[in-house]
Design a protein around this ligand. Sequence first.
Ligand code: NCD
Length: 308
Amino acid sequence: MLNGKSLIEPEDFSLSEMDYLFSLAEKIEKDEKYLRESLRGKLLATLFFEPSTRTRLSFEAAMLRLGGSCLGFAEPGSSSAAKGESLADTIRMAASYADAIVMRNPKEGAALLASRYSTVPVINAGDGGHHHPTQTLTDLLTIKRLLGKIDNLTVGFCGDLKFGRTVHSLAKALARYPKIKLIFISPKELVLPEYIKSILKKQNTDFEESENFEKLMPELDVLYMTRVQRERFFNEDDYIRLKDTYVLNTEKMALGKEKMIVLHPLPRVNEISVEIDSDPRAAYFKQAKYGMYVRMALLASILGVSEC
Ligand code: NCD
């Protein structure tokens, strides 16, 4: 179904293709032997021009668990990018060695550019402050598994909504599901970019923006916390001033519904107190595990396992 496809933005896959991935991920979660060894002989290139823990390791774990192998780099200083090689040339090389490429790059649009030079599927693992579609698959699968549905929900995003690429991808993806209300909580300097808002408006998505966390917390079914993206600030003073605007602590959690779930793409810095980790509504570590299952489903599908 997804054989040979690239994934650059969440909309590259239809809702039924995403549903298919979620059911495959659920099968893998229930039976860890399912599809094991199905990618034996296949190679995945992981090209990370920016730091990563979960995304890179979960892709590598996914590939290895399916019996495939990985090659690549975890920082550009160890690749020929440090000698001035263009992204296009690096991609041409990786495509001639591997069966698929997963890449993260600080420049918006880098993954799209790479897909134009690649002869194998390219998966965007984050392009600057733009998109992060496999985090979106992770987030949607987590919501589906923990709340049993991806419709009829009020989802609050809190923190750095300007630079947070996981927010941009997830908001656009959620807007494709019925009866979704989105609430964007951020300081004025870190509001959602206009281009995302105009997409939501065109789709008649119900959304509101606010600075008032306490007032909106009781409405939420999902609270999606985010880190203030220090590396995308032009000015360290602004980062320091804004970084602790919203910190989720026990008092704030007390305002939330009993069945609400708290997600975070991680890494967390200060925006969720560690005391919240033991609250049954804290789902961010489970979310990271779902990330591996959905990436297993994705790799098996795009590399053309026969059942897929
Ligand atoms: C996110 C990212 O890289 O955008 N991390 C991740 O992939 N899980 C979020 C972040 O870095 O804040």
